[in-house]
Design a protein around this ligand. Structure first.
Ligand code: SDX
Length: 422
């Protein structure tokens, strides 16, 4: 049986055969048979928009691999900086390469003093940390005008290093500003995640005591968030990057997409949902409200995973290690009850709704002392290497500017009436 499809345009009787290549059919081949006819797929759920060698997902089987390595192994055996190197430099680093990479990142992690004085201090006191971070990332574009040289692979490599290095510094600074604490500058002696925790929580002159269990858990969460194929924010990065915009405004656009509660903002929405449910006995009523369509069970469902999100399983296991240090999060029982009820209820089973990465991650963040407004900021730190890997890959390919077509549903051609008869 041929690995192809044959289609006929019944208007002309013309027929063409199109090969099936890596699970796709070429839209250009279709268009040669159907000039001026577009594929109607508003949320791109049946459309492949990129060729990518970075991440492989199998939603039915619940598989996730970064450059061929299973997420379960990466989460257990590598650090976030090793995974960032894998994503943006296409290989897991050797010991020597990792040391050099750590030095590059440490050297690039400070942000300009003007950032604190003139940009961060311009926000309202109650500004959401994610709004501050998205603006800060875009503002970096004005500090690095050479970043516009996006067709230069060396320049792209430098900007990639800079963004990965500075993201925790900007993130921690957004938090320190919101709680009225003095900024803490990066400490090159600390590893990436310890440095972030120190910049977040250090008080006074004494060094911040990093708990290795919490540091390792957060580092692993960054690994789990590092990339996820053509998700909404990564697609945004590829679209904005296809216009040859600089990497700072490209990553800022991606972070803006991530901020949405349907996407990375879900971890914050889950915590607020659990706090609203508040009592174990309120779970059944809440689930009833979801089934009538009045509410969404935040942290559940996924466009691709129609099985348990493999990352959610790892996060759930990690939660217990964290709670052994921080003490049990009282909202965990409500989350476990929600999961138990939902996984047994036909409403969720029939729609293949399972916990995704955002369902349990917020409980860990809260127990570590992060305010809920920082949850999507943490997702941003993790996803930055993924966005940049896709941005670089897209620019390395013979990519054209992203410009979809539409189905026009507006009024037919008509004359403009003069204002006195409108
Ligand atoms: C992330 O794409 C990625 O890879 C994203 C991500 C990544 O790493 O980048 O994995 C990270 O964004 C995870 C998702 C986090 N978002 C949430 O947890 C928010 C709650 N989830 C939903 O908003 C929803 O599930 C989406 C947005 C995640 C997916 O939406 P889809 O694919 O468009 O699914 P849909 O809206 O078409 O839902 C199909 C059915 C509908 O019911 P019917 O109309 O068939 O009766 O399932 C229902 C939906 O109403 N449904 C839900 C639900 N999610 C879908 N019902 C209740 N609660 C939910 N959470």
């Amino acid at each position: 049986m041929a690995d192809s499809i044959t289609i006929t345009n019944n208007r002309t009787g013309e027929t063409i055969e199109i090969p099936l290549v890596d699970g796709t059919v070429s839209a250009r081949s279709w268009s040669s048979l159907l000039p001026g006819i577009w594929f109607d797929d508003p949320s791109f759920s049946a459309t492949s928009g990129a060729d990518s060698a970075i991440t492989y997902l199998d939603g039915e089987a619940g598989l996730l691999r970064y450059r061929g390595y299973p997420i379960e192994q990466l989460a257990e055996q590598t650090t976030f900086l090793e995974v960032a190197h894998l994503l943006v430099r296409d290989k897991l680093p050797t010991v020597t390469q990792l040391k050099a990479w750590q030095s590059e990142i440490a050297e690039a992690s400070p942000i300009h003093e003007n950032f604190h004085k003139r940009i961060l201090e311009g926000f309202r006191d109650d500004a959401h940390a994610m709004g501050v971070l998205v603006s800060s990332i875009a503002a970096m574009s004005t500090f690095w005008p050479d970043s516009k040289d996006i067709e230069n692979p060396e320049q792209r490599r430098d900007e990639t290093t800079r963004l990965i290095a500075k993201m925790p510094t900007m993130a921690a600074s957004a938090h320190r500003r919101s709680v009225g604490l003095p900024y803490v500058f990066p400490d090159p002696e600390l590893d990436y995640t310890s440095n972030f925790l120190s910049m977040m929580f250090k008080l006074g002159d004494s060094p911040y005591e990093v708990d290795p269990v919490l540091r390792d858990a957060l580092d692993m969460l960054f690994v789990l968030h590092a990339d996820h194929e053509q998700n909404c924010s990564t697609t945004t990065a590829r679209v904005v990057g296809s216009a040859h915009a600089d990497p700072y405004v490209t990553v800022a656009a991606a972070a803006g997409a991530l901020y949405g509660p349907r996407h990375g903002g879900a971890n914050e929405a889950v915590l607020r949902m659990l706090e609203e449910i508040a009592e174990f006995d309120n779970v059944d009523d809440f689930i009833a409200g979801v089934k009538t369509g009045d509410r969404k069970l935040m942290g559940f469902g996924h466009r691709v995973y129609k099985n348990y999100d493999p990352r959610a399983r790892i996060v759930k296991d990690t939660a217990h290690r964290v709670f052994d240090v921080t003490g049990m999060n009282p909202l965990l029982d409500i989350a476990l009850k929600l999961e138990e009820v939902a996984l047994a209820d036909p409403y969720f089973v029939d729609r293949k709704l399972y916990p995704n990465i955002d369902f349990y991650s917020g409980l860990i963040y809260q127990s570590m002392g992060f305010p809920v407004e920082m949850f999507t900021v943490l997702f941003t730190i993790g996803r930055t290497p993924g966005w940049l890997a896709h941005w670089d890959e897209m620019l390395s390919q013979d990519s054209r500017i992203a410009r979809p077509r539409q189905r026009y549903t507006g009024p037919a051609d008509r004359d403009v009436p003069s204002i006195d008869v409108r």
